[in-house]
Design a binder for this molecule. Structure first.
Ligand SMILES: [Fe+2]
Ligand SMILES: [Fe+2]
Length: 182
C-alpha cells in the first residue's frame, strides 16, 4: 500500500467524522468525537514514527516542512486531549466550539501536507519505497495509541517505546469503555 494514499485516505475519513459531528444528534456527536480522537491519534502516531522520519532522511530539503508539521501535530494534540477529557460534554456548545477549532487546525495541516509535502515526497521517492513504508504504517495502525499524548515527544525513538506503552494503556481503556473496534 502506498504511504501517501494511506495517509490521504485517513484525511478523508477524519473529514467525514467532522461532518458527522456537525450534523449529528447527541449520540452521533459523541461517537463522531470519539472517532476523531481515535483516528487522529493513530494517524499522528504513524506519521511521526514512520512517515516524517523517512521524509527527513530521504527527501532533500523537506526537513523544514516536517518540523512545521510536527509543531502542528503538537497543537492539535493539546486540543484533542481537552476533547478527550471532556467527552461527556460532547453535546454542549462549548465542546462544539473546541471541535471547530480542531477542525480548522486539521484542515490547514492537511492542506499543507497534501499540497506541499506529499507532492514533494512523491517526486523524490520511488513507488516501491512508498509501498514499503505504507505497508509498515498500515500494520502499525493496529497497535498505535488511540488517544492523544501531548507529553510524548514526536520523536521516532521515543515513540517506539513511550508511544507503544501509551498505546497499550489506551487500548485497555478503549476495551473497558467500549470505545473503538480494533
Ligand atoms: Fe496527515
Ligand atoms: Fe500530519
Amino acid at each position: 500500500m502506498d504511504a501517501i494514499e494511506l495517509l490521504t485516505r485517513d484525511h478523508r475519513a477524519v473529514e467525514e467524522l467532522f461532518s458527522q459531528f456537525d450534523g449529528g444528534d447527541d449520540e452521533t456527536r459523541r461517537s463522531a468525537a470519539e472517532g476523531v480522537i481515535r483516528e487522529l491519534s493513530i494517524h499522528a502516531a504513524i506519521e511521526e514514527e514512520f512517515f516524517y522520519p523517512m521524509v527527513k532522511k530521504e527527501v532533500p530539503d523537506a526537513a523544514g516542512m516536517v518540523d512545521h508539521g510536527i509543531e502542528e501535530h503538537q497543537e492539535a494534540k493539546q486540543v484533542l486531549a481537552k476533547l478527550d477529557e471532556t467527552i461527556d460534554k460532547s453535546h454542549t456548545k462549548a465542546y462544539a466550539e473546541k471541535m471547530q477549532r480542531l477542525q480548522k487546525l486539521i484542515a490547514d495541516h492537511v492542506e499543507e501536507e497534501e499540497k506541499e509535502l506529499f507532492p514533494t515526497v512523491r517526486e523524490a521517492l520511488t513507488k516501491t519505497r512508498l509501498n514499503e513504508v505504507g505497508t509498515l504504517m498500515n500494520k502499525a495502525k493496529a497497535a498505535a495509541p488511540t488517544r492523544p499524548h501531548p507529553n510524548v515527544p514526536a520523536n521516532p525513538a521515543v515513540q517506539a517505546v513511550a508511544g507503544k506503552a501509551a498505546a497499550v494503556v489506551d487500548r485497555m481503556r478503549d476495551a473497558v469503555s467500549g470505545r473503538g473496534e480494533s
